[in-house]
Design a protein around this ligand. Sequence first.
Ligand code: FDP
Length: 338
Amino acid sequence: MKPVSLIQFLIEERRAGHINTELSLLIEVVARACKRIGVATGKGALGGVLGAAGTDNVQGEAQKKLDVISNEILLEANAWGGHLAACASEEMEDPQPIPDMYPKGQHLLLFDPLDGSSNIDVNISVGTIFSVLRCPDDVTEPKAEHFLQPGTTQLAAGYVVYGPSTLLVLTFGHGTHEFTLDREIGSFTLSRRDIRIPEQTGEFAINMSNQRHWEAPMQRYIGELLAGNDGPRGRDFNMRWVASMVADVHRIVTRGGVFFYPLDAKIKSKGGKLRLMYEANPMAFIVEQAGGAATTGRERIMEVQPTGLHQRVPVFLGSSQEVEQATRYHREADNAQG
Ligand code: FDP
């Protein structure tokens, strides 16, 4: 079969009426920026890019040099690109307007420039996650409030994994598709069309060190998985935890599985660990489009009405039967409490 490049795929999507020209060009710009991030990440110690930047981001987390570099690469490429009204990032408190010297577009871009960045220094896969929204029609200078749209309004979502190979996984709401970077010709090439996540799985991903802080329904659900063959589930489950969301989600998108970052007593006041607008929503869109499910443990992630740009939520996503079972346990516990 003849290889299909990302650009060819975007032209097909345009012809099918799934996206307009501006969105297609915007995705090309994001993909090009991610290739540059991939090059910077790949240089590792030789590029002088490892280690801490010596600053904190808006969430009070220590920034890595590559967090800062990746953020700058995405900002610069997209400001120049001319397809955006504004962009927002994990690394910046407020949305970044497009400088007056560049043309503006109709879209809003949100991104986590380098997810899993605590893994960079140990050479484990990291990634970029992004989400595209439409800028409300009457708004010429978008502020944070204009980004606060539920995940169901996303026009596109994707992530790039910088791992043994560099991969882009993308959805426009018409299936989830994977592209592998051909490093010799510098082009993302379609490697899987219409990915399907199996409904059932025997593999889960969670940070078990938080177990004692979880809520009772989470304790019950994971307890049953751990009991395996001898417990109520009557079969054994295996566990994986890369601690890099893109890598954990990509495993699920490749061979099924379920990922949890539940609420726990340590993070309860923050609402969760992962960020709704540029982590949970885009991943939920990608997973749902591949036949999986994504909830907060109580409600569908994409239906959460956002209240803040950097809002956090609990995340349960992957093979639908397991996400539904864990979610049911939480709802039952809530109902029992009245
Ligand atoms: P990181 O802080 O390294 O950016 O986005 C947050 C995240 O990584 C996810 O990629 C990852 O799944 C999670 O945090 C890891 O959390 P733990 O430190 O609890 O393992």
